[in-house]
Write a protein that binds this ligand. Structure first.
Ligand code: RBF
Ligand code: MG
Length: 149
């Protein structure tokens, strides 16, 4: 496993840039800045995969972005989690998101078009979905970190 991983963290879901759902059709749950600032140096920017749970929900696969989103030229580093589960019209703001980061997919990139970014994220979702079926990753779904929330 990559240095610094597995990495376990949790925090309240806060409002992001409001682009994920509307502009990209890929809603993400954003962590507050103090959670981002706790990331160890080994867990650098890029796209990662792992598992996630929201307020004691079942544990779902996730894929996430850590960084400055070069396409949008953000000024703050963010941690945005896309959960591979369809939540029914639920507002997740204020709920507690628990994640374990298990693997690294690729560095952060800039794109010529929004379409290019969206296509790449869909590839990331597929790659995460496949990787997380490997037993060495899948075993974390039942890790005690996700118990009694
Ligand atoms: N934004 C980028 O500018 N470059 C990236 O390489 C990038 N990769 C992402 C990968 C995943 C799995 C996700 C969920 C998002 C990624 N984003 C990336 C962030 C995207 O720009 C962000 O979700 C929207 O700006 C909404 O805040
Ligand atoms: Mg978001």
């Amino acid at each position: 496993m990559k240095a610094g991983l597995p990495y376990f963290t949790s925090g309240e879901i806060v409002k992001g840039f409001g682009r994920g759902s509307k502009q990209l059709g890929i809603p993400t749950a954003n962590f507050p800045q103090h959670v981002v600032d706790k990331l160890p140096a080994e867990v650098g920017t890029g796209t990662y995969f792992g598992f996630a749970s929201v307020d004691g929900s079942p544990v779902y696969k996730m894929v996430m972005s850590i960084g400055w989103n070069p396409y949008f030229k953000n000024e703050h580093k963010s941690m945005e989690v896309y959960i591979l589960h369809k939540f029914e019209n639920e507002n997740l703001y204020g709920k507690i998101l628990k994640i374990v980061i298990l693997g690294y997919l690729r560095p952060e990139m800039d794109f010529d078009s929004l379409d290019g970014l969206i296509k790449q994220i869909h590839d990331d979702i597929k790659n995460a979905d496949t990787a997380l079926d490997q037993p060495n990753y899948a075993k974390f779904r039942t890790h005690q970190f996700f118990n009694n929330n």
